[in-house]
Design a binder for this molecule. Structure first.
Ligand SMILES: [Zn+2]
Length: 300
């Protein structure tokens, strides 16, 4: 499932390619991809004739700003892909659910084999209406996250985004100490920390030297500072490598290119292989129905 680095990889290509472009036509071939709208026409009407002003990200969501003041939100779900095409003649992949055609003739296609992903145009809050923003995100002292949540109420529940919300280690410590959750559960709970999923939780916890099932409130100050520092470090490296494309998954960027961070994974998918730090075999357990990889020697 695409996590923050993969979604950020898609965002950066879109930001380069579609800002200032005007949407001419929208074609929906599978209504499940726009299921929040009462019908496909309602979705089309929000987009046709609109110019794209910005492409941002919050958690695992791509947030496309329109000149109407509204936002198109794209969530890739398990297998969603956003692909560019130079024109309508380029063959459409199987499972193409939505096609956005720009006045230039170029297209953006939303392709999703399993259709857990979705697209919707968010309705901004009415004037004077307060949006209930996540109490964890409200710890932020800077970044664009709070403003995005106020403009897109559907995303207001999202917890701390490691890049869009600035939360210092001391406030992060308060979050950890307020919960009695296993670290992996806490890191992958989108209402506490947004953007991290199964792959990067394993990688972050290995780099921080912490076991997946350590209870969050049990961490020492040194451990909290290390975890707080490691989260953006691991995610930044993964973004630099265009994200992770595992063999059984379908992540590609809008130009159809796979990520390369799978070659740099320290523990995830490496069951039985020697740990790069200590040479003992990487272990795998199923924790809360998710495959979890770790080094029992390096993580404590
Ligand atoms: Zn090790």
């Amino acid at each position: 499932m695409p996590e923050l680095p993969e979604v950020e990889t898609v965002r950066s290509v879109l930001a380069r390619e579609v800002i200032t472009k005007k949407i001419k036509l929208v074609h929906v071939t599978d209504g499940r991809a726009v299921r929040r709208h009462k019908n496909a026409k309602d979705f089309r009407d929000e987009l046709e004739g609109r110019t794209i002003k910005s492409v941002e990200r919050l958690g695992k969501n791509i947030v496309v700003g329109l000149d109407s003041g509204r936002h198109l939100v794209i969530h890739l779900g398990m297998t969603g892909q956003v692909l560019r095409a130079k024109n309508a003649k380029e063959p459409k992949p199987k499972h193409t659910h939505v096609v956005i055609t720009f006045t230039s003739g170029e297209e953006l296609r939303y392709v999703d084999q399993r259709t857990f992903g979705e697209l919707y145009v968010s309705t901004p809050p009415a004037e004077g209406e307060e949006v209930e923003v996540s109490k964890f995100a409200r710890l932020s002292i800077g970044g664009d996250g709070l403003e995005l949540r106020r403009q897109v109420p559907e995303l207001a529940h999202l917890g701390i985004d490691p890049f869009e919300d600035q939360v210092g280690w001391d406030r992060f410590a308060a979050v950890l100490r307020s919960r009695t959750l296993a670290l992996k559960t806490l890191l992958t709970d989108q209402d506490i920390v947004s953007g991290i999923g199964n792959i990067y939780a394993d990688e972050i916890l290995f780099s921080a030297g912490l076991m997946y099932d350590r209870v969050s409130e049990s961490l020492s100050t040194i451990e909290i500072r290390r975890l707080h520092r490691t989260i953006p470090e691991v995610l930044t490296e993964a973004i630099k490598h265009g994200g992770t494309t595992l063999s059984d998954e379908m992540f590609v960027n809008p130009d159809g290119e796979m990520g390369t961070y799978q070659e740099l994974l320290q523990v995830h998918t490496r069951e039985g292989l020697p740990c790069y730090q200590c040479r003992s075999p990487v272990a795998k357990v199923v924790f809360h129905q998710r495959a979890t990889y770790f080094c029992a020697k390096c993580q404590g």
